[in-house]
Design a protein around this ligand. Structure first.
Ligand code: FAD
Ligand code: NAD
Length: 467
Protein backbone atom coordinates (compact mmCIF):
# COMPACT_ATOMS: atom_id res chain seq x y z
CA UNK A 1 0.00 0.00 0.00
CA UNK A 2 1.24 3.50 -0.82
CA UNK A 3 2.76 5.46 2.03
CA UNK A 4 0.99 8.75 2.67
CA UNK A 5 1.94 11.70 4.87
CA UNK A 6 -1.55 11.67 6.41
CA UNK A 7 -4.56 9.38 6.57
CA UNK A 8 -6.80 12.41 6.06
CA UNK A 9 -6.12 15.87 4.66
CA UNK A 10 -8.98 18.33 5.00
CA UNK A 11 -8.91 21.41 2.76
CA UNK A 12 -10.60 24.34 4.52
CA UNK A 13 -11.02 24.92 8.26
CA UNK A 14 -14.59 26.22 8.35
CA UNK A 15 -17.29 24.49 10.42
CA UNK A 16 -17.30 21.62 7.91
CA UNK A 17 -13.55 21.17 7.64
CA UNK A 18 -12.44 21.76 11.23
CA UNK A 19 -15.12 19.45 12.59
CA UNK A 20 -14.20 16.73 10.05
CA UNK A 21 -10.53 17.07 11.03
CA UNK A 22 -11.22 16.85 14.76
CA UNK A 23 -13.59 13.87 14.44
CA UNK A 24 -11.14 12.01 12.16
CA UNK A 25 -8.38 12.58 14.72
CA UNK A 26 -10.69 11.44 17.55
CA UNK A 27 -11.16 8.23 15.57
CA UNK A 28 -7.42 7.58 15.62
CA UNK A 29 -6.48 8.82 12.14
CA UNK A 30 -3.44 10.99 11.34
CA UNK A 31 -4.95 14.27 10.18
CA UNK A 32 -3.89 17.59 8.64
CA UNK A 33 -6.08 20.56 7.76
CA UNK A 34 -5.00 23.16 5.19
CA UNK A 35 -6.41 26.67 5.61
CA UNK A 36 -5.68 29.71 3.46
CA UNK A 37 -6.85 32.27 6.04
CA UNK A 38 -4.69 33.53 8.89
CA UNK A 39 -7.12 32.07 11.42
CA UNK A 40 -9.20 28.89 11.69
CA UNK A 41 -13.00 28.73 11.68
CA UNK A 42 -13.80 29.65 8.06
CA UNK A 43 -16.48 32.06 6.95
CA UNK A 44 -18.64 31.26 9.97
CA UNK A 45 -16.25 32.26 12.74
CA UNK A 46 -14.32 34.98 10.89
CA UNK A 47 -16.82 36.88 8.74
CA UNK A 48 -20.17 35.10 9.11
CA UNK A 49 -22.24 33.60 11.90
CA UNK A 50 -20.17 34.83 14.83
CA UNK A 51 -19.40 38.48 14.00
CA UNK A 52 -22.95 38.98 12.68
CA UNK A 53 -24.44 37.59 15.89
CA UNK A 54 -22.15 39.80 18.00
CA UNK A 55 -23.44 42.89 16.16
CA UNK A 56 -27.03 41.63 16.27
CA UNK A 57 -26.75 41.21 20.04
CA UNK A 58 -25.02 44.55 20.60
CA UNK A 59 -27.46 46.44 18.39
CA UNK A 60 -30.41 44.76 20.09
CA UNK A 61 -29.14 45.92 23.48
CA UNK A 62 -28.72 49.42 22.09
CA UNK A 63 -32.23 49.50 20.64
CA UNK A 64 -33.72 48.15 23.86
CA UNK A 65 -32.03 50.89 25.83
CA UNK A 66 -32.53 53.71 23.32
CA UNK A 67 -35.84 52.62 21.84
CA UNK A 68 -37.87 52.34 24.99
CA UNK A 69 -38.24 48.63 25.77
CA UNK A 70 -36.27 49.10 28.96
CA UNK A 71 -38.26 52.21 29.83
CA UNK A 72 -41.49 50.21 29.43
CA UNK A 73 -40.39 48.06 32.35
CA UNK A 74 -39.39 51.07 34.43
CA UNK A 75 -35.66 50.82 33.79
CA UNK A 76 -34.48 54.41 33.46
CA UNK A 77 -31.29 54.85 31.48
CA UNK A 78 -31.00 58.55 30.73
CA UNK A 79 -29.59 59.55 27.37
CA UNK A 80 -28.26 56.51 25.56
CA UNK A 81 -25.42 56.93 23.09
CA UNK A 82 -23.58 54.55 20.81
CA UNK A 83 -19.86 53.83 20.99
CA UNK A 84 -19.51 51.94 17.69
CA UNK A 85 -15.75 51.28 18.02
CA UNK A 86 -16.42 49.54 21.35
CA UNK A 87 -19.21 47.44 19.80
CA UNK A 88 -16.90 46.51 16.91
CA UNK A 89 -14.09 45.68 19.34
CA UNK A 90 -16.36 43.37 21.32
CA UNK A 91 -17.27 41.62 18.05
CA UNK A 92 -13.59 41.27 17.17
CA UNK A 93 -12.87 39.82 20.62
CA UNK A 94 -15.56 37.15 20.20
CA UNK A 95 -14.08 36.23 16.80
CA UNK A 96 -10.56 36.08 18.27
CA UNK A 97 -11.66 33.92 21.22
CA UNK A 98 -13.59 31.48 19.06
CA UNK A 99 -11.03 31.14 16.24
CA UNK A 100 -8.35 30.72 18.92
CA UNK A 101 -10.56 28.03 20.45
CA UNK A 102 -10.36 25.98 17.24
CA UNK A 103 -6.58 26.34 17.28
CA UNK A 104 -6.61 24.94 20.82
CA UNK A 105 -8.86 22.05 19.74
CA UNK A 106 -6.52 21.24 16.83
CA UNK A 107 -3.58 21.04 19.24
CA UNK A 108 -5.57 19.00 21.75
CA UNK A 109 -6.60 16.49 19.07
CA UNK A 110 -3.21 16.51 17.30
CA UNK A 111 -4.56 17.87 14.02
CA UNK A 112 -1.72 19.46 12.01
CA UNK A 113 -2.63 22.91 10.70
CA UNK A 114 -1.04 23.48 7.27
CA UNK A 115 -1.03 27.23 6.65
CA UNK A 116 -1.73 28.28 3.08
CA UNK A 117 -3.92 27.62 0.06
CA UNK A 118 -4.12 24.01 -1.09
CA UNK A 119 -4.15 22.92 -4.72
CA UNK A 120 -4.46 19.41 -6.09
CA UNK A 121 -1.19 18.16 -7.58
CA UNK A 122 -2.44 14.67 -8.46
CA UNK A 123 -4.41 11.78 -6.98
CA UNK A 124 -3.92 11.82 -3.20
CA UNK A 125 -1.48 14.73 -3.58
CA UNK A 126 -1.86 18.39 -2.77
CA UNK A 127 0.42 21.41 -2.81
CA UNK A 128 0.01 23.68 0.21
CA UNK A 129 1.86 26.97 -0.18
CA UNK A 130 4.69 25.27 -2.07
CA UNK A 131 4.92 22.11 0.08
CA UNK A 132 3.87 18.74 -1.31
CA UNK A 133 1.53 16.77 0.95
CA UNK A 134 -0.01 13.36 0.34
CA UNK A 135 -3.02 11.77 2.03
CA UNK A 136 -5.05 8.60 1.59
CA UNK A 137 -8.25 10.60 1.92
CA UNK A 138 -8.76 14.24 0.98
CA UNK A 139 -11.86 16.13 2.12
CA UNK A 140 -12.78 19.27 0.16
CA UNK A 141 -14.38 21.72 2.61
CA UNK A 142 -13.57 24.98 0.83
CA UNK A 143 -16.94 26.59 1.56
CA UNK A 144 -18.43 29.48 -0.35
CA UNK A 145 -17.84 33.10 -1.24
CA UNK A 146 -20.03 36.11 -2.00
CA UNK A 147 -21.97 36.07 -5.29
CA UNK A 148 -21.10 39.27 -7.14
CA UNK A 149 -23.77 41.40 -8.82
CA UNK A 150 -22.66 41.98 -12.42
CA UNK A 151 -21.72 45.60 -12.99
CA UNK A 152 -21.62 46.47 -9.29
CA UNK A 153 -18.14 46.88 -7.83
CA UNK A 154 -17.78 46.05 -4.13
CA UNK A 155 -15.08 47.97 -2.26
CA UNK A 156 -15.10 47.00 1.40
CA UNK A 157 -12.21 49.34 2.21
CA UNK A 158 -13.99 52.39 0.80
CA UNK A 159 -17.08 51.28 2.75
CA UNK A 160 -19.75 52.60 0.36
CA UNK A 161 -20.66 49.54 -1.72
CA UNK A 162 -19.90 46.55 0.49
CA UNK A 163 -20.58 42.83 0.78
CA UNK A 164 -21.38 41.08 4.08
CA UNK A 165 -17.75 41.25 5.19
CA UNK A 166 -17.70 45.02 4.64
CA UNK A 167 -21.11 45.47 6.28
CA UNK A 168 -19.80 43.75 9.41
CA UNK A 169 -16.93 46.22 9.64
CA UNK A 170 -18.49 49.64 8.89
CA UNK A 171 -16.87 52.29 11.03
CA UNK A 172 -19.88 54.61 10.96
CA UNK A 173 -23.66 54.25 11.04
CA UNK A 174 -24.89 54.97 7.51
CA UNK A 175 -27.65 57.53 7.07
CA UNK A 176 -29.29 55.49 4.32
CA UNK A 177 -28.30 51.86 3.76
CA UNK A 178 -29.72 50.15 0.70
CA UNK A 179 -29.59 46.36 0.92
CA UNK A 180 -29.69 44.51 -2.40
CA UNK A 181 -31.28 41.12 -1.62
CA UNK A 182 -33.99 40.41 0.96
CA UNK A 183 -32.47 37.12 2.11
CA UNK A 184 -30.91 36.11 5.40
CA UNK A 185 -27.83 38.33 5.23
CA UNK A 186 -29.75 41.39 4.04
CA UNK A 187 -32.29 41.14 6.85
CA UNK A 188 -29.81 40.33 9.62
CA UNK A 189 -27.29 43.03 8.73
CA UNK A 190 -30.03 45.44 7.65
CA UNK A 191 -31.51 44.98 11.14
CA UNK A 192 -28.14 45.72 12.79
CA UNK A 193 -27.73 49.07 11.05
CA UNK A 194 -31.41 50.04 11.35
CA UNK A 195 -31.25 49.50 15.11
CA UNK A 196 -28.14 51.64 15.29
CA UNK A 197 -29.88 54.50 13.50
CA UNK A 198 -29.69 53.99 9.72
CA UNK A 199 -32.66 54.35 7.42
CA UNK A 200 -32.73 50.95 5.65
CA UNK A 201 -34.24 50.09 2.26
CA UNK A 202 -34.27 46.45 1.17
CA UNK A 203 -34.54 45.85 -2.58
CA UNK A 204 -35.66 42.30 -3.40
CA UNK A 205 -36.07 40.87 -6.88
CA UNK A 206 -38.78 38.37 -5.89
CA UNK A 207 -42.28 39.30 -4.75
CA UNK A 208 -41.45 38.35 -1.16
CA UNK A 209 -38.51 38.22 1.30
CA UNK A 210 -36.69 35.09 2.48
CA UNK A 211 -36.95 32.63 -0.41
CA UNK A 212 -37.21 29.01 0.67
CA UNK A 213 -39.23 29.73 3.79
CA UNK A 214 -42.95 29.02 4.26
CA UNK A 215 -45.08 31.52 2.31
CA UNK A 216 -47.19 32.63 5.28
CA UNK A 217 -44.07 33.11 7.42
CA UNK A 218 -42.45 35.20 4.66
CA UNK A 219 -45.51 37.49 4.52
CA UNK A 220 -45.69 37.82 8.29
CA UNK A 221 -41.96 38.57 8.45
CA UNK A 222 -42.35 41.35 5.86
CA UNK A 223 -45.12 42.94 7.96
CA UNK A 224 -42.90 42.88 11.04
CA UNK A 225 -39.85 44.35 9.27
CA UNK A 226 -42.04 47.12 7.82
CA UNK A 227 -43.45 47.86 11.27
CA UNK A 228 -39.87 48.15 12.53
CA UNK A 229 -39.24 50.86 9.95
CA UNK A 230 -37.48 49.03 7.11
CA UNK A 231 -38.56 50.13 3.64
CA UNK A 232 -39.18 47.06 1.47
CA UNK A 233 -39.02 47.29 -2.32
CA UNK A 234 -40.23 43.88 -3.44
CA UNK A 235 -40.41 42.71 -7.09
CA UNK A 236 -37.68 45.22 -7.85
CA UNK A 237 -34.23 44.78 -9.34
CA UNK A 238 -31.12 46.90 -9.11
CA UNK A 239 -29.72 47.41 -12.58
CA UNK A 240 -26.78 49.64 -11.73
CA UNK A 241 -24.87 51.37 -8.95
CA UNK A 242 -22.58 54.34 -9.48
CA UNK A 243 -20.45 55.87 -6.76
CA UNK A 244 -19.35 59.50 -6.51
CA UNK A 245 -17.32 60.24 -3.44
CA UNK A 246 -19.31 58.90 -0.49
CA UNK A 247 -22.65 58.70 -2.33
CA UNK A 248 -23.97 55.74 -4.29
CA UNK A 249 -26.76 56.14 -6.83
CA UNK A 250 -28.75 53.00 -7.51
CA UNK A 251 -30.92 52.42 -10.55
CA UNK A 252 -34.03 50.38 -9.73
CA UNK A 253 -36.49 48.77 -12.13
CA UNK A 254 -39.60 46.70 -11.58
CA UNK A 255 -38.58 43.00 -11.82
CA UNK A 256 -41.13 42.50 -14.59
CA UNK A 257 -39.78 45.50 -16.53
CA UNK A 258 -40.96 49.10 -16.54
CA UNK A 259 -39.68 52.60 -15.90
CA UNK A 260 -36.42 52.97 -14.00
CA UNK A 261 -35.90 55.24 -10.99
CA UNK A 262 -32.83 56.20 -9.00
CA UNK A 263 -32.24 56.34 -5.25
CA UNK A 264 -29.21 57.58 -3.33
CA UNK A 265 -27.50 55.97 -0.37
CA UNK A 266 -24.31 56.44 1.60
CA UNK A 267 -23.98 52.65 1.97
CA UNK A 268 -25.04 49.73 -0.23
CA UNK A 269 -24.92 46.10 0.90
CA UNK A 270 -24.82 43.54 -1.90
CA UNK A 271 -26.32 40.35 -0.42
CA UNK A 272 -27.69 38.32 -3.31
CA UNK A 273 -26.38 34.93 -2.22
CA UNK A 274 -23.18 32.92 -1.95
CA UNK A 275 -21.57 30.50 -4.38
CA UNK A 276 -19.39 27.43 -3.88
CA UNK A 277 -15.69 28.22 -3.61
CA UNK A 278 -13.39 26.06 -5.76
CA UNK A 279 -11.19 28.75 -7.33
CA UNK A 280 -7.54 27.76 -7.58
CA UNK A 281 -8.19 24.31 -6.13
CA UNK A 282 -7.00 22.52 -9.29
CA UNK A 283 -10.01 20.21 -9.51
CA UNK A 284 -9.17 19.63 -13.19
CA UNK A 285 -5.89 17.98 -12.13
CA UNK A 286 -7.85 15.12 -10.55
CA UNK A 287 -10.63 15.14 -13.17
CA UNK A 288 -13.36 16.42 -10.85
CA UNK A 289 -15.85 18.75 -12.55
CA UNK A 290 -18.27 20.88 -10.50
CA UNK A 291 -21.95 20.84 -11.57
CA UNK A 292 -23.64 23.76 -13.37
CA UNK A 293 -24.08 25.63 -10.09
CA UNK A 294 -20.38 25.24 -9.30
CA UNK A 295 -21.09 22.68 -6.55
CA UNK A 296 -19.17 19.45 -6.05
CA UNK A 297 -21.60 16.54 -6.20
CA UNK A 298 -21.23 13.68 -3.73
CA UNK A 299 -23.08 10.50 -2.91
CA UNK A 300 -24.93 9.91 0.37
CA UNK A 301 -21.60 9.18 2.10
CA UNK A 302 -19.97 12.45 0.84
CA UNK A 303 -17.73 10.62 -1.64
CA UNK A 304 -17.03 12.44 -4.91
CA UNK A 305 -16.57 10.58 -8.19
CA UNK A 306 -12.79 10.58 -7.62
CA UNK A 307 -11.37 7.79 -5.48
CA UNK A 308 -10.23 9.02 -2.05
CA UNK A 309 -11.74 12.51 -2.51
CA UNK A 310 -14.71 13.55 -0.38
CA UNK A 311 -16.59 16.86 -0.08
CA UNK A 312 -18.80 18.57 2.52
CA UNK A 313 -20.32 21.91 3.54
CA UNK A 314 -21.18 24.94 1.43
CA UNK A 315 -19.21 23.59 -1.54
CA UNK A 316 -21.71 20.72 -2.03
CA UNK A 317 -25.47 20.99 -2.72
CA UNK A 318 -27.87 21.83 0.12
CA UNK A 319 -28.49 24.80 2.39
CA UNK A 320 -25.40 26.90 3.10
CA UNK A 321 -25.52 26.60 6.88
CA UNK A 322 -22.80 26.10 9.45
CA UNK A 323 -24.58 23.32 11.36
CA UNK A 324 -25.24 21.41 8.13
CA UNK A 325 -21.52 21.67 7.32
CA UNK A 326 -20.61 20.52 10.86
CA UNK A 327 -22.88 17.48 10.73
CA UNK A 328 -21.44 16.57 7.34
CA UNK A 329 -17.95 16.98 8.82
CA UNK A 330 -18.70 14.41 11.51
CA UNK A 331 -20.36 12.04 9.03
CA UNK A 332 -17.54 12.18 6.45
CA UNK A 333 -14.90 11.46 9.11
CA UNK A 334 -16.91 8.52 10.39
CA UNK A 335 -17.35 7.17 6.86
CA UNK A 336 -13.62 7.51 6.18
CA UNK A 337 -12.93 5.62 9.40
CA UNK A 338 -15.21 2.80 8.23
CA UNK A 339 -18.15 3.71 10.48
CA UNK A 340 -21.59 4.80 9.29
CA UNK A 341 -21.90 8.58 9.07
CA UNK A 342 -25.33 9.86 8.12
CA UNK A 343 -26.88 13.32 7.80
CA UNK A 344 -30.66 13.57 7.55
CA UNK A 345 -30.94 16.40 5.05
CA UNK A 346 -34.73 16.47 5.49
CA UNK A 347 -34.32 17.83 9.01
CA UNK A 348 -31.89 20.76 8.84
CA UNK A 349 -33.24 23.75 10.79
CA UNK A 350 -32.68 27.27 9.50
CA UNK A 351 -32.78 30.44 11.60
CA UNK A 352 -32.78 34.14 10.76
CA UNK A 353 -31.41 35.91 13.83
CA UNK A 354 -33.46 39.09 13.60
CA UNK A 355 -35.81 40.24 16.36
CA UNK A 356 -38.12 38.40 16.41
CA UNK A 357 -36.18 35.40 15.11
CA UNK A 358 -37.54 33.42 12.18
CA UNK A 359 -36.94 29.68 12.07
CA UNK A 360 -38.09 26.63 10.19
CA UNK A 361 -37.40 22.95 9.72
CA UNK A 362 -38.76 20.46 7.21
CA UNK A 363 -41.31 21.20 4.52
CA UNK A 364 -43.12 24.46 3.89
CA UNK A 365 -46.88 24.32 3.40
CA UNK A 366 -46.30 24.85 -0.33
CA UNK A 367 -43.56 22.20 -0.46
CA UNK A 368 -45.66 19.64 1.40
CA UNK A 369 -48.52 20.09 -1.08
CA UNK A 370 -46.14 19.92 -4.03
CA UNK A 371 -44.73 16.68 -2.64
CA UNK A 372 -48.26 15.25 -2.78
CA UNK A 373 -49.13 15.28 0.92
CA UNK A 374 -52.63 15.96 2.16
CA UNK A 375 -51.90 18.17 5.12
CA UNK A 376 -53.37 19.54 8.33
CA UNK A 377 -52.00 22.82 9.68
CA UNK A 378 -52.02 24.03 13.28
CA UNK A 379 -51.10 27.60 14.20
CA UNK A 380 -50.71 29.50 17.42
CA UNK A 381 -49.97 33.24 17.73
CA UNK A 382 -47.21 34.35 20.10
CA UNK A 383 -49.62 37.07 21.29
CA UNK A 384 -51.60 34.29 23.04
CA UNK A 385 -48.50 32.78 24.69
CA UNK A 386 -48.37 34.00 28.27
CA UNK A 387 -44.59 34.39 28.52
CA UNK A 388 -44.23 36.20 25.18
CA UNK A 389 -47.13 38.46 26.09
CA UNK A 390 -45.64 39.23 29.50
CA UNK A 391 -42.27 40.03 27.94
CA UNK A 392 -44.00 42.23 25.34
CA UNK A 393 -42.76 39.91 22.59
CA UNK A 394 -46.12 39.20 20.99
CA UNK A 395 -45.06 39.34 17.34
CA UNK A 396 -45.12 36.09 15.41
CA UNK A 397 -46.60 32.62 15.45
CA UNK A 398 -45.86 28.90 15.43
CA UNK A 399 -47.11 26.90 12.46
CA UNK A 400 -47.04 23.10 12.34
CA UNK A 401 -47.66 21.19 9.14
CA UNK A 402 -48.64 17.53 9.59
CA UNK A 403 -49.59 14.78 7.18
CA UNK A 404 -53.40 14.48 7.25
CA UNK A 405 -53.40 10.70 7.14
CA UNK A 406 -50.57 9.79 9.52
CA UNK A 407 -50.38 13.01 11.62
CA UNK A 408 -46.58 12.85 11.21
CA UNK A 409 -45.01 16.31 11.47
CA UNK A 410 -43.68 17.43 8.08
CA UNK A 411 -42.56 20.96 8.90
CA UNK A 412 -42.49 23.55 11.68
CA UNK A 413 -42.20 27.31 11.15
CA UNK A 414 -41.78 29.87 13.89
CA UNK A 415 -41.56 33.62 14.22
CA UNK A 416 -40.84 34.43 17.86
CA UNK A 417 -38.22 36.20 19.92
CA UNK A 418 -36.73 32.79 20.77
CA UNK A 419 -37.55 30.95 17.52
CA UNK A 420 -33.91 29.89 17.01
CA UNK A 421 -33.93 28.06 20.34
CA UNK A 422 -37.48 26.74 20.00
CA UNK A 423 -36.85 25.14 16.60
CA UNK A 424 -34.50 22.55 18.17
CA UNK A 425 -37.49 20.88 19.78
CA UNK A 426 -39.22 20.65 16.41
CA UNK A 427 -36.11 19.21 14.75
CA UNK A 428 -35.75 16.60 17.50
CA UNK A 429 -39.43 15.67 17.24
CA UNK A 430 -39.15 15.28 13.46
CA UNK A 431 -35.93 13.27 13.75
CA UNK A 432 -37.85 10.82 15.94
CA UNK A 433 -40.79 10.75 13.50
CA UNK A 434 -43.17 12.50 15.91
CA UNK A 435 -46.84 13.12 15.19
CA UNK A 436 -48.49 16.41 16.12
CA UNK A 437 -50.26 14.45 18.86
CA UNK A 438 -46.88 13.39 20.32
CA UNK A 439 -45.93 17.06 20.65
CA UNK A 440 -49.36 18.06 21.95
CA UNK A 441 -49.16 15.47 24.75
CA UNK A 442 -45.56 16.33 25.73
CA UNK A 443 -45.52 18.39 28.93
CA UNK A 444 -43.98 21.82 28.26
CA UNK A 445 -42.82 24.01 31.15
CA UNK A 446 -44.93 27.05 31.99
CA UNK A 447 -44.52 29.91 31.32
CA UNK A 448 -42.27 29.43 28.29
CA UNK A 449 -42.36 30.49 24.67
CA UNK A 450 -42.14 26.77 23.81
CA UNK A 451 -45.69 26.25 25.02
CA UNK A 452 -46.68 27.88 21.72
CA UNK A 453 -45.30 24.79 19.96
CA UNK A 454 -47.48 22.53 22.09
CA UNK A 455 -50.53 24.73 21.41
CA UNK A 456 -49.83 24.79 17.65
CA UNK A 457 -49.61 21.00 17.77
CA UNK A 458 -52.96 20.93 19.61
CA UNK A 459 -54.34 23.24 16.91
CA UNK A 460 -53.55 20.63 14.24
CA UNK A 461 -56.59 18.76 15.56
CA UNK A 462 -58.44 22.00 16.26
CA UNK A 463 -58.08 21.93 20.05
CA UNK A 464 -55.67 24.55 21.41
CA UNK A 465 -56.55 25.84 24.88
CA UNK A 466 -55.54 29.48 24.83
CA UNK A 467 -57.18 30.77 21.63
P1 FAD B 1 -16.42 27.99 5.13
O1 FAD B 1 -16.85 28.37 6.48
O2 FAD B 1 -16.62 28.94 4.02
O3 FAD B 1 -14.89 27.60 5.25
C1 FAD B 1 -14.13 27.25 4.15
C2 FAD B 1 -12.69 27.60 4.45
O4 FAD B 1 -11.88 27.04 3.43
C3 FAD B 1 -12.38 29.09 4.44
O5 FAD B 1 -11.79 29.47 5.66
C4 FAD B 1 -11.42 29.29 3.28
O6 FAD B 1 -10.41 30.25 3.56
C5 FAD B 1 -10.81 27.91 3.15
N1 FAD B 1 -10.34 27.60 1.80
C6 FAD B 1 -11.01 27.74 0.63
N2 FAD B 1 -10.26 27.28 -0.40
C7 FAD B 1 -9.10 26.85 0.16
C8 FAD B 1 -7.94 26.26 -0.36
N3 FAD B 1 -7.79 25.99 -1.67
N4 FAD B 1 -6.93 25.95 0.49
C9 FAD B 1 -7.03 26.19 1.82
N5 FAD B 1 -8.14 26.74 2.38
C10 FAD B 1 -9.15 27.05 1.56
N6 FAD B 1 -24.74 29.90 8.89
C11 FAD B 1 -25.43 29.49 9.96
O7 FAD B 1 -25.73 28.29 10.08
N7 FAD B 1 -25.83 30.37 10.93
C12 FAD B 1 -25.56 31.68 10.83
O8 FAD B 1 -25.93 32.44 11.73
C13 FAD B 1 -24.84 32.14 9.71
N8 FAD B 1 -24.55 33.46 9.58
C14 FAD B 1 -23.82 33.87 8.50
C15 FAD B 1 -23.57 35.24 8.37
C16 FAD B 1 -22.85 35.70 7.29
C17 FAD B 1 -22.57 37.18 7.16
C18 FAD B 1 -22.36 34.77 6.32
C19 FAD B 1 -21.54 35.25 5.16
C20 FAD B 1 -22.62 33.42 6.44
C21 FAD B 1 -23.37 32.96 7.52
N9 FAD B 1 -23.69 31.61 7.67
C22 FAD B 1 -24.42 31.20 8.74
C23 FAD B 1 -23.26 30.60 6.69
C24 FAD B 1 -22.03 29.85 7.23
O9 FAD B 1 -20.99 30.77 7.48
C25 FAD B 1 -21.57 28.81 6.22
O10 FAD B 1 -22.65 27.96 5.89
C26 FAD B 1 -20.45 27.96 6.79
O11 FAD B 1 -19.36 28.76 7.16
C27 FAD B 1 -20.00 26.91 5.78
O12 FAD B 1 -18.97 26.15 6.32
P2 FAD B 1 -17.88 25.45 5.39
O13 FAD B 1 -16.95 24.76 6.33
O14 FAD B 1 -18.54 24.66 4.34
O15 FAD B 1 -17.11 26.63 4.64
P1 NAD C 1 -30.06 34.47 0.14
O1 NAD C 1 -30.09 33.46 -0.92
O2 NAD C 1 -30.60 34.14 1.49
O3 NAD C 1 -30.81 35.79 -0.32
C1 NAD C 1 -30.45 36.48 -1.47
C2 NAD C 1 -31.65 37.27 -1.94
O4 NAD C 1 -31.24 38.15 -2.97
C3 NAD C 1 -32.76 36.41 -2.52
O5 NAD C 1 -33.96 36.75 -1.88
C4 NAD C 1 -32.76 36.77 -4.00
O6 NAD C 1 -34.04 36.71 -4.58
C5 NAD C 1 -32.25 38.19 -3.96
N1 NAD C 1 -31.63 38.65 -5.19
C6 NAD C 1 -30.83 37.97 -6.04
N2 NAD C 1 -30.44 38.78 -7.05
C7 NAD C 1 -31.00 39.99 -6.84
C8 NAD C 1 -30.95 41.23 -7.50
N3 NAD C 1 -30.23 41.41 -8.60
N4 NAD C 1 -31.66 42.28 -7.01
C9 NAD C 1 -32.38 42.13 -5.86
N5 NAD C 1 -32.46 40.96 -5.18
C10 NAD C 1 -31.76 39.91 -5.64
O7 NAD C 1 -28.51 34.91 0.25
P2 NAD C 1 -27.74 35.78 1.32
O8 NAD C 1 -28.67 36.54 2.18
O9 NAD C 1 -26.69 36.49 0.56
O10 NAD C 1 -27.06 34.65 2.19
C11 NAD C 1 -26.15 33.73 1.58
C12 NAD C 1 -26.11 32.43 2.33
O11 NAD C 1 -25.54 32.61 3.61
C13 NAD C 1 -27.49 31.86 2.50
O12 NAD C 1 -27.52 30.65 1.78
C14 NAD C 1 -27.62 31.56 3.94
O13 NAD C 1 -27.95 30.23 4.16
C15 NAD C 1 -26.26 31.84 4.55
N6 NAD C 1 -26.48 32.65 5.77
C16 NAD C 1 -27.16 32.08 6.80
C17 NAD C 1 -27.45 32.81 7.92
C18 NAD C 1 -28.21 32.17 9.02
O14 NAD C 1 -28.31 30.96 9.04
N7 NAD C 1 -28.73 32.94 9.97
C19 NAD C 1 -27.07 34.14 8.01
C20 NAD C 1 -26.41 34.70 6.94
C21 NAD C 1 -26.12 33.93 5.83
Amino acid sequence: MADYDYDVLVIGAGPGGYVAAIRAAQLGLKVACAEGRETLGGTCLNVGCIPSKALLHGSELYEEAAGGTLAKFGVKTGKVSLDLPVMQAEKALAVKELTGGIEFLFKKNKVTWLKGMAKFAGPHAVDVAGSAVTAKHIVIATGSSVTPLPGVAVDNDAGVVVDSTGALALGRVPQHLVVIGGGVIGLELGSVWRRLGAQVTVVEFLDQLLPGMDGEIRKEAAKIFKKQGMALRLSTKVTGVTVKGKTATLTLEPAAGGPAETINADAVLVAIGRRPHTDGLGLDVIGLAPNQRGQIETDHDFRTTVDGVWAIGDVIPGPMLAHKAEDEGIAVAENIAGLTGIVNHDVIPGVVYTAPEIAGVGLTEEGAKEAGHEIKVGKFPMMANSRAKTNREGDGLVKIIADAATDRVLGVWIIASLAGTMIAEAALAMEFGATSEDIAYTCHAHPTHSEAIKEAAMAVTGKPIHI
